[in-house]
Ligand binder design. Structure first.
Ligand SMILES: [Zn+2]
Length: 251
């Protein structure tokens, strides 16, 4: 079981790291996978997704990182200490600073894989005044089917504990509003996070989001985009399931 999850996480990481896709450069971005109710695997700080190796993945305990999210007055060095202390093996590398939001997202129902990238086309929109428009609307049936009825939108916050707390706050209000777990979280002026039950799904959502962002930018240049109505987006989002997303990667 553990072996298979490690292999799946390496596959997801290397696919996200493929340079021609324009999702990450060098050490940008990170990935994670749930091992059990108690621990998860996350990319080590500074490692490159494109060439990620097994010794650049760190196993961390979920509970201490989830507890961190309730703290409001920690210094950077206290956060660093807590990250290091969450490692199962004290000889393992330092986990990514973004391990805090990975821990929270992997605690959501049915979420086993998480990918985060600074995707070029998505960021063109997230650094523009139309960022929220891209998050709350859908333009195409495949986009709604793969990425869900809408994306969580997180206003800009510096990376670290404050960002993890903002992601938790905005994701909780999304779940309350739409009564479903999101597939995409968009971080203003920063990047994208995708969630999946399997690694293929987290990858499919990332690639479809990046493609949709290119379409959005092109349509905006022509005076659009024209969005699907909420009823239409809801219809396509509800029709699709995890199997649909997985198949998108196997065609
Ligand atoms: Zn980032």
């Amino acid at each position: 079981m553990r072996r298979a999850i490690v292999q799946d996480l390496l596959k997801l990481s290397r696919e996200i790291g493929i340079e021609a896709r324009g999702l990450v450069l060098a050490g940008e971005g990170n990935t994670s996978a749930k091992l059990s109710d108690k621990t998860f695997l996350v990319k080590a700080s500074g490692a490159a997704l494109a060439t990620l190796k097994e010794n650049e993945i760190v196993e961390c305990r979920l509970a201490p990182l989830l507890e961190l999210l309730d703290e409001n007055h920690l210094t950077d060095s206290q956060i660093d200490e807590a990250l290091m202390a969450s490692r199962v093996n004290s000889k393992a590398k330092k986990p990514s600073l973004e391990a805090m939001f990975h821990a929270y997202l992997l605690s959501l129902p049915e979420i086993h894989f998480v990918a985060h990238a600074h995707a070029t086309s998505v960021n063109q929109i997230l650094c523009s005044p139309r960022a929220r428009d891209f998050a709350i609307h859908r333009m195409m049936s495949d986009e709604a089917g793969c990425c869900g009825i809408a994306s969580v939108f997180v206003p800009h916050v510096e990376p670290g504990l404050r960002l993890a707390q903002a992601i938790r706050r905005e994701t909780n209000s999304f779940i309350k509003k739409y009564q479903t777990t999101p597939r995409v979280i968009l971080l203003q002026n920063h990047g994208i996070i995708t969630l999946g039950k399997c690694w293929e799904s987290a990858l499919a959502v990332m690639l479809v989001s990046e493609k949709s962002a290119k379409i959005f930018v092109g349509a905006a240049a022509l005076g659009g985009p024209v969005f699907l109505s909420e009823t239409e987006a809801n219809h396509f989002a509800n029709r699709a399931d995890e199997e649909y997303r997985r198949k998108m990667m196997k065609l």
